[in-house]
Design a protein around this ligand. Sequence first.
Ligand SMILES: O=C(O)c1ccccc1N[C@@H]1O[C@H](COP(=O)(O)O)[C@@H](O)[C@H]1O
Length: 218
Amino acid sequence: MKEPIVKLCGNRSLSDVAKTSSSQASHLGFVFVRRTKRYVRPEYVGRWVKKIRPRQKIVGVFIEPTIEEIEEILHFVPLDVIQLHGNETVSQLLRIKEAFGLPVWKVVHHQSDGIKQMEVFRGVADGYIVDSKVDGVSGGTGVRFDWESVPTYQKESFDQGVPCLIAGGIKPENVTKLLHYRPDGIDLSSGIEIEDGKDIGKIQAIMKEVEQNVASIS
Ligand SMILES: O=C(O)c1ccccc1N[C@@H]1O[C@H](COP(=O)(O)O)[C@@H](O)[C@H]1O
């Protein structure tokens, strides 16, 4: 069985990056959405990444960014993936892809038209993240959605030939249940934190569950 993508998101300090990068996760995420709890200044992220040199791919999280905003971030941070977590349109996504040539993952908030949202981005998005829908909050909610819908999202993504990550309220206590649905990837932020920082115990517990799950079905 293919190892799932594991994205550890919402890194806010050098200490966070030291912890998340020491794990077997495949991706580290940084939130560049101003006025949100986990916003980080790109110049700081640039410094942390230069110092630690993580082997993981780096994902930048944005909500409806302008080309100039992404350009500014890229000046400091060597992004591998751009994550769009808002109500971006297909043409905005295309412009971003053309401007930077980087893979773009589109977030779909789980609701009745979730699959329709994915269909709209067919052939354009390089991957999807399905996150919970919480009124007034875009992401990092710590709230999970009904995972019985995961196979439907997985199927649509598979048909489009791109990966589908699941986000929203994943934590060591519930990740095994989610892994039974065999998602292409998982994406966590609140579930690996204690107070305002990442917690190595929770990160290790998540990675252990992932490894055991892969081993049990290989
Ligand atoms: O983490 C944030 O604060 C955040 C803010 C704005 C947009 C996206 C954000 N994070 C994304 O939310 C999910 C993880 O949420 P959870 O805390 O594990 O429930 C993930 O996609 C992050 O990239």
